[in-house]
Design a protein around this ligand. Structure first.
Ligand code: PYC
Length: 323
């Protein structure tokens, strides 16, 4: 139930390669649960008002990703984290993990070096260096289906890979006539959104029916000296990722490795639509797929206390009608 009295919620904002993260550090109840998956379900069920109040307008905006710091349920992790955005909870989020890492450093809760975070999809390790650089060792990532064809209204037959990198992705090359660059945001968004909607309509899911809620479109890098590829990633809620998307980079690394195009330890420089770069590499996982390691940079941008007055209009945010 939404609260009936004014809430003071303390947040710390950062951006990772251009993509914002708002970490909720104080002022909210701890979601109940013995695991982070249970805590995320409690958050989804009981605290949806908080999600939309924190990341949606008028306090946030469509690209804002929220991260609720929780008590970890494991002794080997410094914190638990639940990620969310303008339409719901997320599975994993690596740009957000980098944002959480610099936030914990900023708060003096961790020092530079290696630590572990517990997320609903598994434990990730973070290595924090000087200057905002954070390296995340992600959970097992893998390609579930290779070159799946989907009929996309207005675009014809589109083929791409289905891969898990902490979220489910459909990875495809940009169609002829749409460049993966900042001046084509509208065309890229329309294309990726059409693909996203065509996937369930064609019965295409991740493993165990997992919804493919991220679409990743690839093109050549702007400067091959700086990056190996440039992507555009459309997230659930129809906002594009300003960063190269860490879980999307992980999914890409898994596909490259599966195709024999990326050896263990070999660096891959993934540029995003703003030409900021994540550098990744893989180690093979014994169960198949890979463990990706992704490095990016995150910067603190704001400390604030959000006032949530239940009597005010849009107290709990303007909810997006999308999913
Ligand atoms: O970096 O993994 C990521 C991510 C997911 C959604 C937005 N960013």
């Amino acid at each position: 139930m939404p609260p009936e009295t004014i809430q003071h919620v303390r947040v710390i904002d950062s951006h990772t390669a251009g993509e914002p993260t708002r970490v909720v550090v104080d002022g909210v109840p701890e979601p109940a649960g013995a695991t982070m998956t249970e805590k995320r379900e409690a958050f989804r069920r009981d605290l949806d008002w908080l999600r939309s109040a924190v990341v949606c307008e008028p306090r946030g905006h469509e690209a804002m990703v929220g991260a609720l710091l929780c008590k970890p349920t494991r002794g080997d992790c410094v914190a638990g984290v639940i990620f969310f955005n303008n339409v719901g909870v997320l599975n994993g989020c690596l740009h957000g993990t980098m944002g959480v890492a610099v936030t914990l450093l900023h708060m003096g809760l961790v020092g530079p070096g290696r630590h572990q975070l517990e997320t609903p999809v598994g434990v990730v390790s973070i290595s924090i260096a000087e200057g905002g650089a954070v390296t995340v060792r992600n959970i097992r990532s893998y390609r579930a289906r290779k070159q799946v064809a989907v009929e996309v209204p207005g675009h014809g037959r589109v083929t791409g890979d289905v891969a898990w990198g902490g979220n489910w992705f459909f990875l495809t090359d940009a169609p002829a006539g749409i460049a993966v660059d900042f001046s084509s945001l509208e065309a890229l968004t329309d294309f990726a959104w059409a693909v996203r909607q065509a996937l369930p309509a064609n019965g295409i899911t991740g493993d165990e029916g997992g919804e493919i809620d991220h679409v990743e479109v690839f093109g050549p890098p702007g400067d091959p000296a700086q990056a190996d590829s440039r992507n555009f990633v459309l997230c659930p809620g129809k906002a594009y990722d300003r960063s190269p998307c860490g879980t999307g980079t992980s999914a890409k690394l898994a596909c490259l490795h599966a195709d024999g195009r990326l050896a263990p330890g070999q660096p891959w420089r993934q540029a995003g639509i703003l030409d900021t770069v994540f550098t990744g590499s893989v180690e093979p996982h014994p169960d198949g797929g890979v463990i990706p390691t992704v490095t990016g940079t995150a910067f603190i941008t704001m400390e604030a206390v959000l006032l949530i007055d239940p009597a005010a209009p849009f107290a709990f945010g303007i909810s997006s009608p999308l999913s």
